[in-house]
Design a protein around this ligand. Structure first.
Ligand code: NAI
Length: 336
């Protein structure tokens, strides 16, 4: 089986190369992201392997179908960047890695919350410069505060456990509440009203796009902290910036950003950032941003490579388990 691997970074090869060799899968690594211009590079390959910021829209899928690609193997769990209607029309299957290390993302969520609250990002720079003054670094105790968790899947539930470890009160909202889970589910409005910290762990869908917007921010407590390690477009960036400027929002920890695809994972340290909203977010002292690294642990990379290689092998053998399909206008995990 021949696979065109897009948006390759050196760490991808470390895990994929040995596993591919064992499985007799031939991988060609491309540094380019998959998009309308680069899709033709997959000519002669059976499958493409793609990540969170590759473009897999109708046009790209039509090109892939035309050049004989039969499988899109996502090496991530989110699939918001795929046009499933087009994939169905062209009979291209889509597989993903449903879960690789929920703890990796949940732990990074906690790291962002702790950093933005206790201003560790500023303290680090100060002490590095032998400035031992702590003025301006005041935080608050998490113990006793209320954490509102939106999305109680694998990552959300793990982050709930972490919050409980901090002795926070936890309330949650999920479209599909988990029965007998011991989670205190409330309506979204109640969650917005009661939470000191709001953390997003639901997928990006038509319904969840801009879940955090001007209206919902107004429903929140003053000085609320918002943490997003899920997908950038869950938050309307313009509204977030306004909320931070007006001091309604006390701080934000962001591992994802609405328009991240051009910037994240790349080195722009010698360039001018042309995205004014990104530049504005980076300028706030009470915003800590990381570049979609929630998943980035050894354990997660190993699991991503293992499950993806297995997905490719299963496709070759005609029996796939991690397929995602469009069914009755909803995108669902196909059960065999
Ligand atoms: P999951 O599928 O286990 O859980 C998602 C939860 O969201 C489910 O309980 C589902 O019922 C709920 N949900 C669906 N629609 C909803 C809605 N409209 N409102 C509220 N809840 C809704 O997914 P998992 O593994 O916990 O991942 C969560 C998100 O984290 C993913 O969608 C992905 O975007 C993001 N992620 C980010 C990573 C990073 O590196 N920053 C790495 C991996 C995932």
């Amino acid at each position: 089986m021949k696979v065109a691997f897009f948006d390759t970074k050196p760490y991808d090869k470390l895990w994929f190369d040995p596993m591919a060799k064992e499985s007799d899968i031939k991988i060609k690594y491309f540094e380019n992201k998959l998009n309308d211009d680069t899709a033709v590079m997959a000519k002669g390959y059976d499958a493409v392997c793609v990540f969170v910021n590759d473009t897999i829209n109708a046009q790209v899928i039509a090109i892939l179908a035309q050049i004989g690609v039969k499988l899109i193997a996502l090496r991530c769990s989110g699939y918001n960047n795929v046009d499933f209607k087009a994939a169905k029309e062209h009979n291209i299957k889509v597989v993903r890695v449903p879960s690789y290390s929920p703890s990796a993302v949940a732990e990074h969520t906690a790291a962002l919350l702790l950093a933005v609250n206790r201003k560790t990002h500023k303290a680090y720079i100060r002490t590095k410069d032998s400035n031992f003054n702590i003025n301006g670094l005041l935080g608050f105790d998490l113990a006793g505060k209320t954490a509102g968790i939106i999305g109680t899947g694998q990552i959300g539930r793990m982050f709930i456990d972490i919050c409980r470890g901090f002795k926070m009160q936890v309330i949650a909202y999920d479209l599909y509440p988990k029965e007998n889970s011991g989670i205190d589910y409330v309506t979204l409005d109640e969650l917005f009203k009661r939470s000191h910290v709001i953390s997003l762990h639901c997928p990006l869908t038509k319904e969840t796009k801009h879940l955090i917007n001007e209206q919902t921010i107004q429903k929140m407590q003053d000085n609320v902290f918002i943490i997003n390690t899920s997908r950038g477009a869950l938050i309307d960036t313009t509204a977030l910036i306004e909320g931070l400027k007006s001091k309604k929002i006390g701080g934000a920890g962001l591992d994802v950003y609405e328009e991240e695809s051009e910037y994240f994972f790349e080195d722009y340290s010698n360039e001018i950032i042309e995205d004014d909203e990104l530049a504005r977010l980076l300028a706030f002292p009470n915003v800590v941003m990381t570049s979609h690294q929630g998943f980035f642990t050894k354990e997660a990379l190993e699991a991503i490579a293992r499950v993806t290689i297995n997905n490719l092998k299963e496709f070759e053998n005609g029996k796939i388990t991690n397929e995602v399909v469009l069914k009755d206008n909803s995108i669902v995990e196909k059960r065999n």
